[in-house]
Design a protein around this ligand. Structure first.
Ligand code: CTP
Ligand code: MN
Ligand code: MN
Length: 498
């Protein structure tokens, strides 16, 4: 539910004497009002630190009230500190910075209030999602330097911005589309709910258009531009058509321009030729447009495992894509499948596909043989398909194989459903790069590549990492090796939902 916007803090202007600043101390930082917690610090040290701060132009309040912006404590045990703070009946506690003494000492050293970075915060452990919006917390412009779990605190904004991103994607106008996607990605990484425009002050990737939409949502709970877009006929039709497996924005737009508006329009129009993928898309539309559950992904994991091991017992199989990132639902299930013997992986997938067919699981298969040739690298480009052997499948999943049953509609009594599965088969020495590349999210991958190129003079894709300075490919056996090559802090798969 939308939360009412918080009214801007009304701060009573106090005269310096009232604010606890002696006449000779000149106030340099009007917007910062400190309160030093006496507990653990002790009375005499507190009074010494108070004088020190005042001599450097800081306002230090003697009493904890709603006028305070920065609470500084030497006792960093969050639970007891927060229990005490909550007992103080403050209206503004959610917007105060609660900080470790290290923020204070750093600020004294610098002679100014330093930025409130996460490491300084004493966070309320019991309510991590209602964490304080610390506008000065540094958020990287690169998704690969942010931790983004599946828990999105700002869904009301990201849902709206994603509609606009998609609108521009359908129009094939790349600039605004990417801008809205980047903004969405930043908002998904925030540990707090955005409650006012001030919360956005120091965040990267938020343009004027994005901020205007967010302001509207903060004020009215919805955005008129987004609502207009949602009722736009072209948007609605392209959204419908692209929901069919095998139909991209280009085909959808062509059909729209031919005056087609519904599936029955498309299926009864004489001049329309559907390729095999699209025919399958319409045939299994009900099933494929329905999300795949975690339990179904697990069941498919067993099916793939069994089929691959029937071909080669020493196979290496890994779940990748959205389910590896910890998502509860997905549009498909993605697996990496390979063997320790270099070169053998080239013929692995055709054998696995035969095995799935033999067992009655295969409803559809689009197989792409490997075109991978290390000698032809680097051939890097954004979003381009990699050269590994891969197949896009539709499998038949039986009710009995899924713990807790299928994610089908209640009226469905078939006892099975069709599910999309992707298999990719890289040679073992490319395994770490392929795993990193297929784990996603797409925005995370995009920014990994951008970071490598712009910050490190390196080229990254699903096959490898090339150092343009050293003019060599960098070897990696694990994802951690790749992050280390890039000089990036390791981000766990479940933190890559950018
Ligand atoms: N990918 C890729 N090349 C492809 C297809 C996908 O490199 N030809 C990568 C993408 O970077 C993506 C990941 O594989 O991040 C998984 O793709 P996809 O299944 O489309 O998305 P998911 O993140 O798994 O989301 P969903 O749950 O909707 O499937
Ligand atoms: Mn997927
Ligand atoms: Mn996929």
């Amino acid at each position: 539910m939308f939360r009412a916007p918080v009214a801007p803090r009304v701060r009573k202007r106090l005269r310096p004497a009232e604010a606890g600043v002696s006449r000779c101390d000149e106030v340099k930082f009007e917007d910062v009002r400190l309160y030093l917690v006496e507990r653990k610090m002790g009375r005499s040290r507190r009074s010494f630190l108070t004088q020190l701060a005042r001599s450097k132009g800081f306002i230090v309040e003697d009493i904890l009230s709603d006028a305070v912006t920065h609470v500084v404590s030497e006792d960093s045990r969050a639970s007891s500190l927060w229990a005490w703070l909550k007992g103080c009946e403050l209206g503004n506690l959610p917007s105060m910075h609660v900080l470790d003494i290290s923020w204070f000492t750093d600020s004294m050293r610098e002679g100014r209030p330093v930025a409130v970075e996460t490491r300084y915060l004493i966070q309320d452990t019991k309510f991590p999602t209602t964490a304080v919006a610390s506008a000065a917390v540094t958020v990287s412009q690169y998704a690969c330097q942010r931790q983004t779990t599946t828990e999105n605190n700002n869904k009301i904004f990201t849902d709206a911005l994603e509609v606009l991103a998609e609108y521009y994607e359908f129009k094939e106008i790349e600039g605004p589309c990417l801008a809205f996607r980047r903004a969405t990605s930043v908002l998904k990484s925030l540990p707090f709910v955005v409650q006012c425009l001030r919360d956005l002050r120091d965040l990267p990737c938020l343009g004027e258009h994005t901020k205007a939409i967010m302001e509207e949502i903060l004020e009215y709970g919805r955005s008129f531009e987004v609502e207009q877009t949602l009722s736009d006929e072209r948007y609605q039709t392209l959204k419908l058509f692209t929901s069919v497996f095998g139909v991209g924005p280009k085909t959808a737009d062509k059909w729209y321009r031919q005056g087609l508006r519904s599936f029955s329009d498309v299926l009864t129009e004489p001049g329309i030729h559907l390729n095999r993928m699209q025919q399958t898309g319409f045939l299994h539309y009900g099933d494929i447009s329905r999300a795949v559950s975690k339990a179904e992904a697990r069941a498919l994991g067993s099916i793939i495992d069994e089929a691959v091991r029937a071909i080669t017992p020493d196979a290496i199989i890994a779940l990748t894509g959205g389910f590896r990132r910890g998502k509860e639902f997905g549009h498909d299930v993605d697996f990496l499948v390979t063997t320790p013997e270099l070169g053998r992986e080239r013929s692995l997938l055709p054998d696995v596909i035969d095995e799935l067919k033999k067992k009655g699981f295969l409803l559809y298969c689009d197989y792409h043989a490997s075109t991978f040739d290390m000698a032809r690298l680097p051939s890097f480009s954004f979003e381009a398909m990699d050269h590994f052997a891969k197949c896009f499948l539709i499998l038949r999943l039986e009710e009995g194989k899924v713990e807790g049953g299928l994610n089908s509609s209640e009226k469905d009594s078939r006892g099975w459903r069709a599910v999309r599965v992707d298999l990719v088969s890289p040679p073992l020495d490319r395994y770490a790069y392929a795993l990193l590349g297929w784990t996603g999210s797409r925005m995370f991958e995009r920014d990994l590549r951008r970071f490598a190129r712009l910050e490190r003079r390196m080229l990254l894709d699903n096959h490898g990492l090339y150092d343009k300075t050293k003019k060599e490919f960098l070897a990696a056996t694990t994802e951690k090796d790749i992050f280390a090559h890039l000089g990036l802090e390791y981000i766990e798969p479940w933190q890559r939902n950018a």
